[in-house]
Design a protein around this ligand. Structure first.
Ligand code: NIG
Ligand code: FE
Length: 393
């Protein structure tokens, strides 16, 4: 172990540790029984059995609790104001979800002060962190003017490195009669203003939002500015989103609820991660995505919250894990992998989503003997301890 001036900490007697590194332990999750992890500054320095843990400055006895990497939530829409309780109530009385509700949040967000938006982002990030989310992607998409989208990506960038420009969330109400004009705005001045603050470009490619040609124009314009595509694809029905994501080398196709065999094949043959968002189906009472054919075909699957006030107002990755296991054909091991290593793949990150020497020190302990309890004990706040960048919360 390299010596530095930062005090080292050993967390010992972790009943069962998910490392997500098969070279460190058993099976695809790289499980180690009675494990220890040594943290040096903001990095993991050592991982192995407790009996072999090196001497450190500090020690924490995990006393039989399970450990796993911090969750990587690769899809959220946290820059918003207001909520949509009435719309949710109406849906639970039988009204179907439509993307039109986004306009309600656009109006509230445009009217909000910067401070209020910052405070909202901080509030939901803190909420997620308490439940174990240590990496959070955040999208714009409730501004839909050059100024409001630029404000949204700047606000997101103050809270995370994983910022996505989603000016193409819906056609702005200001351009209701001129969707082509809106696409020109998004691919021109809006992209110019937002690209310097973002890493990713996203489009809601769906009937009622943007068609395949519009989505292609927006994503390729983003690529020309150095952004990497990700796509809201096949959420509400079949469409070109997944194939377009794969064709353009997108990091992820998100939602993937309505897939053809050709879509599944395309994902399985590609590096594009299929990101499933069970909070959206829960909260819109829609058909569940089926993870099984994707996993069986060899596609990489991630789980994320899609946290937003319209279709999925949850910041809880454990909730998403439980839904994915109950209703989407995933085993507990697959769901925990998807919520950690899968999210890291969707963000093309090597430093998070695993517990191995050199990785960022993002680590959770559970009041349970194994990670399986995240699905087995749904709704129970099992995350007792969170280390984020080496700092214990
Ligand atoms: O991912 N699909 C588009 N965007 C969000 C919904 C946003 C909203 O309803 O406000 C989603 O589900
Ligand atoms: Fe979304």
């Amino acid at each position: 172990m390299t010596t530095t001036s930062a005090p080292t900490t050993a967390i010992t007697h972790i009943a069962q540790l998910v490392t997500n590194d098969p070279s460190l332990g058993e099976g695809p999750l790289g499980l180690i029984q009675d494990a220890a992890v040594v943290i040096d500054g903001d990095r993991i320095a050592w991982v192995g059995p407790s009996s072999k843990a090196p001497a450190t400055d500090n020690a924490v006895d995990a006393a039989g609790r399970a450990g796993l990497p911090g969750f990587v939530d690769s899809h959220s829409h946290l820059v918003f104001a207001g909520d949509r309780t009435e719309e949710f109530n109406a849906r639970m009385s039988g009204r179907p979800y439509s993307a039109g509700g986004i306009r309600t949040t656009v109006a509230a967000t445009r009217a909000a002060a910067d401070d209020a938006l910052h405070a909202n982002v901080a509030r939901y990030l803190a909420e997620g962190l308490r439940q174990g989310t240590t990496t959070q992607e955040i999208k714009s998409g409730y501004g839909l003017t050059v100024e409001d989208e630029a404000r949204a990506v700047r606000i997101a960038a103050a809270h995370t490195d994983e910022v996505t420009f989603l000016g193409a969330h819906i056609v702005s109400p200001d351009y209701a009669d001129d969707p082509a004009g809106y696409v020109e705005l998004v691919t021109g001045p809006m992209l110019d203003a937002c690209a310097p603050h973002a890493r990713w470009v996203d489009v809601f490619c769906e009937r009622g939002a943007f068609d395949g040609d519009q989505a292609r124009a927006i994503l390729t314009a983003g690529q020309a500015k150095g952004l990497v595509p990700r796509v809201h694809a096949n959420q509400l029905g079949h469409g070109p989103g997944v194939q377009l994501a794969v064709e353009l080398g997108a990091a992820s196709a998100d939602h993937c609820t309505h897939l053809t065999y050709a879509d599944i094949d395309a994902l399985a043959q590609s590096d594009t991660v299929a990101t499933l968002l069970p909070g959206a189906e829960f909260s819109t009472r829609a058909k569940w995505p089926d993870a099984r054919p994707l996993l069986d075909a060899g596609a990489t699957v991630a789980l994320s919250t899609d946290c937003n006030p319209g279709s999925s107002f949850t910041s809880s990755m454990p909730f998403c894990i439980a839904l994915a296991v109950r209703d989407m054909g995933m085993t507990p091991d697959e769901a925990v992998w998807a919520a950690t290593a899968g999210g890291a793949r969707a963000l093309r990150r090597e430093d998070v989503g695993r517990i191995a020497p050199g990785a960022r020190a993002d680590l959770l302990l559970l009041d349970a003997p194994s990670h399986v309890h995240l699905a087995y004990r749904p709704g129970v706040p099992l995350v007792t301890d969170v280390w984020h960048k080496g700092v214990r919360l």
